[in-house]
Design a protein around this ligand. Structure first.
Ligand code: ZN
Length: 186
């Protein structure tokens, strides 16, 4: 395991609900031991270092999505849960509504659920599959929607030692911005 000096510290400050003690409650202690130094800052793994733009992982958010996936997903209609962190620290959760006509992914249901609760911005989002499938990356449609709704949102992706939070812009490079390509009506 490569260890990084203070100069490589991930700069994102902790928010309420982060895991400042690095205990990763609910996760195997050993899984983070190699890149956690007890000062509240998680060092990037070698894979993460490729961009150096990854931030601390919100494990409470993952646990929230995992719990909803475990207890609320059912049959073929609801197979993925998502959890989003609002700027005020609140966590919003939702499940997908699968349908052959194009039922929305959990991330998209979550946007509506958040709005219904007065949450119109999200700092971080994660999706977790039912039946212990772990973190699932957003599909292409969700990446575009998330980018348009929350340009600064971070998405938790990967698993195991590669679990990380990345800016949505990293998941959709050279992205299409609808407003940039509308004809001038005048
Ligand atoms: Zn999707």
């Amino acid at each position: 395991m490569i260890r990084f000096g203070a100069a490589n510290r991930v700069p994102t400050p902790h928010r309420a609900g982060d895991d400042p003690n690095g205990n990763g409650a609910g996760l195997p202690t050993g899984s983070r031991a190699g890149n956690h130094f007890g000062d509240g800052f998680r060092r990037p793994t070698t894979a993460e270092k490729t961009t150096m733009r990854t931030h601390d992982v919100d494990h409470e958010l993952i646990r929230a999505a995992t719990e909803v996936a475990r207890t609320r997903c059912r049959g073929d209609n609801h197979t993925v849960a998502a959890a989003g962190r609002a700027p005020d620290g609140r966590i919003v959760t939702a499940v997908n509504a699968h349908h052959f006509t194009g039922g929305p992914c959990a991330e998209l249901v979550l946007i509506g659920t958040a709005a219904a609760g007065g949450v119109h911005d999200l700092d971080t989002i994660v999706a977790v599959g039912d039946r212990d499938r772990g973190v699932i990356p957003p599909c292409g449609r969700c990446r575009q929607v998330l980018l348009d709704y929350f340009p600064a949102i971070e998405v938790i992706v990967g698993g195991g030692d590669r679990l990380r939070a990345v800016p949505i812009t990293d998941l959709l490079p050279e992205s299409y911005v609808w407003a940039d390509h509308q004809l001038d009506p005048g």
